[in-house]
Design a protein around this ligand. Structure first.
Ligand code: SF4
Ligand SMILES: [Zn+2]
Ligand SMILES: [Zn+2]
Length: 395
């Protein structure tokens, strides 16, 4: 069907038939903030719209278009406007909006069977925290929602940035009496990210990403967690999707999903409950919740092309609010399955235990152990810096 959204104007095509309520839900528009017209006639939420419907969604803004935005929940003065939702929220109700979006992600992630969830209240959850806005917002929201959730910080050894990030995570945990695991790469594995990257000649973010993913899974397995959560938000996921589409990376597209099930022993399910929320929303959530997150970016981010992709999507979003969410949700809802056949070139490879660390691998030695050997060979003194094998825990 053809849908015209007003103020700001944009036009989209949506597969039908759909009820008005489902259409608004699909477009992330709050029903009580708009009127819906089908062929010029007002229609209610239960009305089914045919595939060829001409629909207009018209905002209802009390006080006129130039009035100060009001909270969608209480009509009080708003602190955050989201053109994508055609709504705004006050400081008291912004956390409710964030929790509603997280709840929707947990209970209705695309591709999951009816009644299936990302995780339940019985699961032991481990959220990986960097000290930045997204992961701390996620931890805070899930604690507030009553989940059993601990944190994991991986020390990357990136100078003052890492020190400040660790401090922010420790302070967050201490303030809430929450449990934080800390794994320091240099202490645990004998190298830090800047030296590791230089030693291998590999891209910094590639060495870092492999190290972090390994540590997340290892701590989760060693401590018996059921699910690992990361703070990837809508902007992150849309940028990753754009990068994967631009290069037609079929195998990456096959794995781009907010829920990645464990595919064997010593693997833990990985989920992204913030995929419905923008960076602006998570940052504003941190501000109204008093979360003291690290605002600075990793100084090594220059090697990461994600920033250019985000900038390109921001340009499109400014011209057409909601386009970013449409891009990501449209892929997840309707097109992700088409890439399933590329998940592993058609056949699931057999998994073995790594002969060095015991973690799952398709060969005899896992990618992390191979990378670490390469680094330690080039950094002969690094081995001497190694200490213990148990991660420290701040409770
Ligand atoms: S920007 Fe790159 S090096 Fe820095 S934390 Fe992220 S992945 Fe690691
Ligand atoms: Zn309010
Ligand atoms: Zn290994």
């Amino acid at each position: 069907m053809h849908v015209r959204l007003r103020n700001p104007d944009r036009e989209v095509t949506v597969d039908g038939p759909l009820t008005v309520a489902d259409l608004l839900d699909h477009l992330d528009v709050l029903p009580h903030t708009v009127l819906v017209l089908h062929d010029g006639e007002l229609v209610t939420g239960d009305r089914e719209l045919p595939e060829d419907a001409e629909v207009e969604i018209r905002p209802v803004i009390s006080g006129g278009a130039n009035a100060a935005p009001r909270c969608a929940d209480c009509s009080g003065p708003a602190v955050l406007e989201e053109p994508r939702h055609r709504a705004a929220w006050c400081a008291a109700h912004l956390p409710d909006h964030v929790e509603r979006q997280i709840r929707k992600a947990i209970d209705h992630a695309p591709g999951m069977a009816q009644g299936e969830r990302m995780f339940s209240y019985a699961d032991r959850l481990l959220v990986t925290v960097s000290g930045g806005k997204d992961s701390l917002a996620l931890w805070d929201a899930l604690l507030a929602m009553g989940y059993r959730i601990d944190g994991l910080y991986v020390g990357l050894g990136i100078g003052g940035y890492s020190a400040r990030s660790q401090q922010a995570c420790e302070q967050f945990a201490a303030d809430r009496d929450a449990r934080l695991h800390v794994v320091d790469l240099a202490e645990e594995y004998g190298y830090a990210i800047p030296g590791g990257s230089a030693a291998t000649g590999r891209a910094t973010c590639g060495v870092c990403g492999l190290s972090k993913r390994y540590a997340f899974n290892k701590v989760a397995v060693d401590h018996g967690y059921d699910v690992v959560l990361t703070g990837h938000n809508l902007d992150d996921e849309a940028a990753i999707l754009l990068g994967n589409v631009l290069r037609w990376q079929d195998q990456f597209l096959a794995r781009q999903h907010p829920v990645l099930p464990a595919s064997g022993a010593n693997q833990v399910r990985k989920v992204k409950p913030l995929y419905r929320l923008s960076e602006r929303e998570t940052a504003a959530y941190c501000v109204v919740r008093g979360i003291d997150y690290v605002v600075e970016e990793c100084p090594l981010v220059a090697g990461n092309t994600g920033h250019e992709l985000k900038a390109a999507l921001d340009t499109l979003e400014a011209a057409s609010p909601g386009i970013k969410a449409q891009f990501l949700f449209g892929f997840l809802d309707r097109h992700a399955d088409r890439f399933a056949e590329y998940a592993s070139d058609g056949e699931a490879p057999a998994l073995n235990d790594c002969d060095a660390c015991g973690m799952p691998t398709t060969g005899s030695r896992c990618a992390f152990c191979r990378q670490r050997e390469l680094i330690l060979q080039s950094l002969p003194l690094a081995g001497a810096a190694m200490a213990g094998t148990a991660d420290s825990v701040y409770a």
